[in-house]
Design a protein around this ligand. Structure first.
Ligand SMILES: Nc1ncnc2c1ncn2[C@@H]1O[C@H](COP(=O)(O)OP(=O)(O)O)[C@@H](O)[C@H]1O
Ligand SMILES: [Mg+2]
Length: 286
């Protein structure tokens, strides 16, 4: 019998769902709070006792999950997703570069390191543009810059912030798209669900965490190929691929490493959590 650990820092609906599905599939589940772990560099053998045959990393905190993955992977513990995938997906600069390198259509983005260069990047792209934190989620601090005054003000505010990455500027062309975007959930080499996300009233971002509404969407060949290619570009695993419908076709703007899927599950015909657990079990056998 396989033993699976689910590593979390806050138990959401998703972790409970995954844990229930795994139990249903006859797996022994250990739900482990990453906040209580004390990882010893010199006691990194026999970890299977604690973490089971395979670990599913589901921390909300990118940096917490990343360091935990690094430790476990380096100790030879099987873990989903890989450290590499977590590393790329948690950082929008690295994601953009990986997508671009793999030939996945993605919005044009300028990366710069000072307020002055950031403002020049916005001008070079042409307003409106979108300024995003390099590390972040739930649409937090993702801001549309519609003119020079606002751009200069936002960049000035970022200059005053103390975050480790506050002065790495990620400025992206604003994609001309309908009031929705598309969330695909990729598990291994399969798209297990795809749905539209509509922004709530008075909001331009579609994040479910901001009140975005999930609606069914049907999968076509082109969309499937883009979603799978994006997942491969970040080294694969269990992923939430976000894309937009631009005038020139689909463009992928983000790949999520510890994907939330409550919204997707509410409109999907497939059992998303079950597909995820089955994938993890396959990985445990490899
Ligand atoms: N380049 C863009 N053009 C138009 N809308 C965008 C663009 N980038 C992001 N958005 C909107 O903002 C939301 C949040 O941006 P995203 O890059 O996914 O950041 P987060 O990681 O915080 O979810 C997206 O779901 C989308 O609705
Ligand atoms: Mg997003």
């Amino acid at each position: 019998m396989t033993t699976l650990s689910i590593l979390y820092d806050r138990l959401r609906w998703e972790e409970k769902e995954l844990s229930e599905k795994a139990t249903e599939l006859g797996v022994t589940v250990k739900v482990i709070d990453a906040k209580a772990l004390k990882l010893d560099s010199h006691a990194d053998t026999g970890l299977q006792q604690t973490f089971g045959d395979i670990a599913l990393q589901r921390c909300i905190s990118y940096f917490r999950g990343l360091h935990l993955s690094a430790y476990l992977e380096s100790a030879g513990q099987r873990i989903v997703n890989s450290y590499k995938t977590a590393h790329i997906c948690g950082n929008k600069v690295l994601t953009t570069l990986a997508l671009r390198r793999a030939g996945v259509p993605t919005p044009r983005t300028m990366i710069s390191f000072t307020a002055e260069a950031a403002l020049e990047s916005a001008e070079a792209l042409g307003y409106p543009v979108v300024l995003k934190p390099v590390v972040g989620s739930w649409g937090r601090m993702v801001v549309p810059l519609r003119n020079r005054e606002t751009a200069a003000g936002m960049v000035e505010m970022r200059e005053q912030m103390n975050g480790l990455m506050s002065q790495i500027y990620y400025v992206q062309e604003m994609v001309d798209k309908p009031d929705r975007d598309i969330r695909g959930i990729v598990v291994g080499d399969q798209v297990v669900s795809v749905n539209y996300r509509y922004a709530p009233p008075g909001e331009w971002r579609t994040n479910v965490a901001r009140g975005g509404r999930s609606e069914p969407c049907s999968l076509n060949k082109e969309l499937e190929e883009v979603l799978l290619k994006a997942a491969r570009a970040v080294d694969g695993g269990i992923l939430g691929v976000d894309c937009m419908e631009s005038k020139d076709g689909y463009v992928v703007h983000e790949v999520n490493n510890t994907v939330e899927f409550r919204g997707a599950a509410s409109v999907s015909r497939n059992d998303i959590a079950k597909a995820m657990i089955q994938y993890v079990l396959e990985q445990a056998k490899r």
